[in-house]
Unconditional design. Structure first.
Length: 153
């Protein structure tokens, strides 16, 4: 039994090392409401400028989310202070109205690609600002916003 536990622990450690994630963080939204004024900010330290990365947006929402999509703006701030911004329109529902996300009870988790195979030109701290740009001033039933940065495979 001890050998099986050690083997399981070794496999778990190896799988964690191979994920390639260099950053993963989630911000809870109070009352499951995302105001347009609430810009969710993530600071990521990048030391490897030769390796390409994938950057994903993670959203946790409830079963009561009424919209088919979620519109966000991503502003990337480089260590030098240079800023780049891009708008996204992500669909949370399929054409039949069902959620695309993986669900458990009333909670649904989905990940969207923001940037793929991107290399960072500078070493240092990058700031990623994610803003809700839905037409209404507050979007209900969004519980968490997350950012995942991982090395491309």
């Amino acid at each position: 039994m001890k050998k099986i536990c050690l083997l399981f622990l070794a496999l778990l450690t190896l799988s964690a090392c191979n994920s390639g994630k260099v950053f993963e963080r989630y911000e809870d939204l109070a009352g499951a409401k995302w105001s347009r004024e609430n810009i969710v900010t993530f600071e990521v330290n990048i030391e490897d400028t030769a390796t390409p990365y994938n950057i994903d947006l993670a959203i946790r929402h409830t079963s009561y989310y009424v919209w088919a999509d979620l519109m966000v703006n991503l502003t990337s701030v480089y260590p030098s202070g240079e800023e780049r911004t891009k708008d996204y329109d992500f669909f949370l529902r399929n054409s039949d109205g069902s959620f695309k996300a993986e669900g458990a009870g009333d909670l649904w988790d989905i990940t969207f690609p923001l940037l793929a195979e991107v290399t960072f030109p500078e070493k240092g701290k990058y700031i990623f600002k994610v803003q809700n740009i839905m037409p209404q001033p507050e979007t209900e039933d969004i519980m968490q916003v997350g950012l995942i940065v991982k090395k491309s495979k």
